[in-house]
Design a protein around this ligand. Structure first.
Ligand SMILES: *Cc1c(COP(=O)(O)O)cnc(C)c1O
Length: 429
């Protein structure tokens, strides 16, 4: 496989754009090597500018559940473009997509659209604070909720539950209201409620996908709900990644725990920049212009983005067997990886939720971020490079989730397993 053109493009991009990329993970820093510059996508495949083809298990980090260039989404976008790119005035498409999502998510009674997951979460948290008139929030180590200041936190010193900034440029004053708890550990959440004078909300990825795939235990979520109710805090499910990826009706439908607010993104834009947050009617009523909590966006509810989202969610809703089919394929892939790992004596932990799959090069089960960090990232980097060279495009970090799209066939899955097994045989050495 030659990658000369990508190499040149990356060198040029690094002169012009910090790190050569517009979102850090794309630079391949944690695995090394040259990021592939993409010319086009086609169903299950990514095609780079050297004309190499890869079976794509990233799918734009989640959004493309029907793969690249899905005909109905593409046609809907082209049709929308002919009417204008943006109006800054309401369109019926916004209500259509709102109605559709509300009909699918039990916990969403009203919804607002924004342009990214970051914006959705940032706005949902502001709303939770405005509704409860409290300042503190709780997040979990290893969960990612976008890059707004208050959410770029890491554990402070000692046993303190209050976070400190995880990035230069974030004032400590902006993160002092963010408390950190351990995923799947209810005692750590209880401690936050003890330490804080008033918690507005607890935000969680109910199916975490940003520390690798680490689903929350059912019991843990039920206890979280009970704690929030006891203290009058709101529970926010960040389903920007898992929404319409793990199942149709949201994490609440597979865990039995109902959130007060839900954030969405990725799949609901069908590949266009869309985020959303929604939930209880009485909470959403606090949002401007109905209520006092300010939130706005010049391109929010953009007609082209709404068209892509509508085509995508309509197609999902019409296809009742979709998640079963995708989950069967994801499970077969992970089963194949597991069998190969056992055969070659490589420690591997795998999990699947609908079209999401994850694997850690670790001997121990992964329930939280500390567990995830025990993975052998050097081994992952070697695996990633070799798979890429063989034409299989996996996320370029041990701590990301993989995605199956409808265009990925059983044959592709078997080919991927065979390639992985050959690589596992060499990884031992
Ligand atoms: C991707 C993601 C975000 C951020 O969305 P952007 O569109 O990248 O801003 C927030 N939360 C979760 C769970 C995500 O996976």
């Amino acid at each position: 496989m030659t990658i000369n053109h990508s190499q040149e493009a990356f060198t040029k991009a690094q002169e012009l754009i910090p790190g050569g990329v517009n979102s850090p993970v794309r630079a391949f820093k944690s695995v090394g090597g040259i990021p592939r510059f993409i010319a086009s996508g086609e169903g299950a495949y990514l095609i780079d500018i050297d004309d190499n083809r890869y079976v794509d298990y990233v799918q734009s980090w989640g959004p493309l559940i029907f793969g690249h260039r899905d005909e109905s989404i593409e046609n809907a976008v082209i049709e929308a473009v002919k009417h204008g790119l943006s109006f800054g005035a309401p369109t019926e498409a916004e209500s259509d997509l709102a109605e559709l999502i509300i009909s699918i998510y039990d916990s969403i009674e009203k919804i607002r659209f924004v342009s990214s997951g970051t914006e959705a979460v940032m706005s949902a948290i502001r709303l939770a604070r405005g509704f409860t008139l409290r300042d503190d929030i709780v997040k979990f180590t290893g969960c990612y909720h976008g890059h707004s200041d208050a959410l770029l936190v890491q554990a402070g010193s000692g046993a303190a539950t209050f976070g400190t900034p995880s990035s230069p440029g974030v004032p400590a004053d902006f993160t002092k209201h963010t408390l950190l708890a351990d995923y799947n550990n209810i005692e750590s959440v209880r401690q936050c409620f003890v330490d804080s004078p008033g918690i507005a909300c607890v935000i969680i990825e109910p199916i975490a996908g940003n520390m690798g795939l680490v689903p929350a235990d059912k019991d843990f979520l039920a206890q979280l709900r009970a704690l929030c109710d006891e203290y009058g805090a709101l529970l926010i499910f960040d389903e920007v990644m898992s929404g319409f990826r793990a199942c149709l009706h949201g994490a609440e439908s597979i865990t039995g725990t109902k959130p007060d607010l839900v954030t969405l993104g990725k799949v609901i834009g069908g590949g266009m920049p869309v985020g959303a947050f929604g939930g209880r009617r009485d909470i959403m009523a606090h949002l401007s212009p109905e209520g006092g909590v300010y939130q706005a966006g010049t391109l929010s509810g953009n007609p082209v983005a709404m068209a892509a989202g509508l085509a995508s969610i309509r197609k999902i809703k019409q296809n009742s067997r979709l998640y079963g089919i995708l989950e069967t394929r994801a499970k077969r892939l992970m089963q194949g990886f597991n069998d190969a790992a056992i055969k070659h004596n490589i420690g591997l932990q795998t999990d699947v939720r609908g079209s999401m799959f994850g694997f850690f090069f670790s001997d121990e089960p992964v329930h939280n971020f500390a567990d995830a960090l025990k993975s052998d990232t050097t081994r992952f980097a070697r695996f990633h490079a070799a798979m890429l060279d063989g034409g299989f495009y996996f996320a370029c970090s041990q701590f990301e989730t993989g995605f199956i799209c409808t265009a990925i066939t059983d044959t592709m899955i078997e080919d991927t397993i065979t390639a992985a097994e050959n690589i596992f045989a060499e990884l031992k050495e």
